[in-house]
Design a protein around this ligand. Structure first.
Ligand code: IPE
Ligand code: IPE
Ligand code: MG
Length: 361
């Protein structure tokens, strides 16, 4: 990966906007504090699950946990529980499981995508080698399953079966999403295929987190469905935002490579431009992407800009977020609901790295 190429500032329609970003206001401060409400407890629970074994396998498994992520998935489990009036203390092992499974997916995803930076540190396969990284991912997946079984004492075995069902169905769909993402594509996907991949790859992770949280909290069918639907749409918007920052951001700001162009990733913008471009630009764009041509990233951004693909990405995020939020109207007013509404609004404006991720400025 020609690092200099990726770090080079690309000029794009939002350059001005990001440099003019507002100082944290009251709203942002509240969101920042509230998003971290459960962090300490989740990390303590994860520490307990991972124990103190010092073998290379365990060091590799703890590598990204120690680097610190935004912890959205475990937080969403707990907010899902609170949003239906449940006691989120009881859902802590479920929240920890969501983060462990997510970290496993990141480890495997970085091997698949050949990305070498994650959460501001070397990817697990870079630091520990591919074989150990595969095993570490597997270990985390089974630690997550094991953690789910722990709530039998507090929530009952019937609930554990329900949770395992959601957990497995979610993971199976996410795996299909990753498969669509890596499937060789000479012609690139249609927008319909892109949205299907995005729903499966990322939407379902947020859907699953809120769903298990709401089940643990004793939510009604209607409440569980509302939170699941919110999660699916929020997660899709989250992935499109990730596509934008993976194309235009800087590794030092987001803690992972911004290599989507050089890696010829199936992003929202590329999918949109290939759909809208005239024949000449389409051929040019496909050629650059297929050759993974170093030094041509700006040309790609110029084509994406010409067809307003970034504008369409923003419009799609806004639309998904509005629809996501509308699902929450049936829920009682709680702080958890307020948080879910506000974090959705924030995502429609900017990357959520602004909330947390201690290493990223
Ligand atoms: C990264 O998820 C993978 C995507 C679905 C885009 P996050 O952006 O939540 O990553 P961490 O957990 O904070 O590192
Ligand atoms: C995100 O995949 C979905 C996962 C299951 C990790 P991406 O490849 O789009 O996400 P990043 O950019 O590596 O975090
Ligand atoms: Mg990736």
């Amino acid at each position: 990966m020609p690092e200099a190429e990726v770090e080079k500032e690309l000029t794009h329609p939002f350059a001005k906007r990001s440099s003019k970003s507002k100082e944290p206001d009251e709203e942002l401060r509240w969101l920042r504090t509230y998003s971290q409400k459960h962090y300490a407890k989740v990390l303590k629970e994860i520490d307990r699950i991972m124990g103190d074994e010092e073998s290379a396998l365990y060091l590799a498994s703890r590598h990204l946990i120690k680097a610190g992520g935004k912890l959205f998935r475990p937080s969403f489990v707990l907010f899902g529980c609170e949003a239906v009036g449940g006691d989120s203390e009881k859902a802590l092992p479920i929240a920890a499981a969501a983060e462990l499974a997510h970290v496993a997916s990141l480890i495997h995803d970085d091997i698949i995508d050949k990305d070498d930076l994650r959460r501001g540190v070397p990817a697990v396969h870079v630091k520990f080698g591919v074989p150990l990284a595969i095993l570490a991912g597997n270990l985390l997946i089974f630690k997550a399953f094991h953690s789910l079984t722990r709530v039998a004492d507090t929530l009952g075995s019937d609930k554990v079966v329900k949770l395992l069902d959601v957990y497995c169905r979610t993971s199976i769909v996410m795996d299909q999403g990753e498969y669509i993402d890596i499937a060789p594509s000479d012609t690139y996907s249609t927008m319909e295929e892109y949205l299907d991949m995005t729903a499966k790859k990322t939407g379902w992770a947020f859907k699953g987190a809120l769903e298990v949280g709401a089940i643990a909290g004793g939510g009604t069918e209607e409440e569980i469905k509302a939170l699941s639907e919110y999660g699916l749409l929020f997660g899709m918007a989250f992935q499109i935002r990730d596509d934008v920052i993976g194309t235009l951001g800087k590794p030092s700001e987001i803690g992972k490579p911004t290599s989507d162009i050089l890696r010829s990733r199936k992003t929202f913008m590329v999918t949109h431009a290939l759909q809208e471009a005239d024949r000449r630009d389409r051929i040019k764009l496909l050629k650059i992407l297929k050759e993974k041509a170093s030094g041509k990233a700006q040309e790609v951004v110029d084509i994406l800009t010409k067809y307003d693909s970034f504008g369409h990405a923003e419009a799609k995020i806004t639309k998904l977020i509005e629809k996501a939020k509308s699902n929450l109207s049936i829920l009682k007013n709680t702080l958890a609901k307020k948080f879910l509404l506000k974090i959705a609004d924030l995502l429609s404006e900017r990357p959520l790295t602004i909330l947390t991720a201690p290493h990223y400025p």
